[in-house]
Design a protein around this ligand. Sequence first.
Ligand code: MG
Length: 128
Amino acid sequence: MNIFFDVDHTLLLNTKDYSVLRPGAHISMQKLSEQGNEVHVWSAGGKTYCQRIVEQHGLSNWVIDCHDKNPKVQPQPDVIIDDDQYLVEKYGGFTVSQYKKINEKDRELLEITEQILQGVLSSSIKKA
Ligand SMILES: [Mg+2]
């Protein structure tokens, strides 16, 4: 599956003074990749902004590509993870609360990852 992560307030909190990744971002992307998914990052801030964030936070190992948030994006997302509920309803996926304050106890990305992986598992069981 093509899994698209939003940047601002989903993957991280980015202000003019600092940029802090949401807890579990690395593990989430690693697990999803290892299970055969393609991890993408997209943002209304544009492709270059996404690339900078991905490099800055050491996510390059898992991110296949970065994109501007364009409805014609290729490949098309199968699952999106976003703080914008409207977009999640449009594309399908999971809404996260807006990460607007550093919270080391936040587990939303990890919980969503488990749900995605369990979904993959149950559909492969059904096919067998
Ligand atoms: Mg956002």
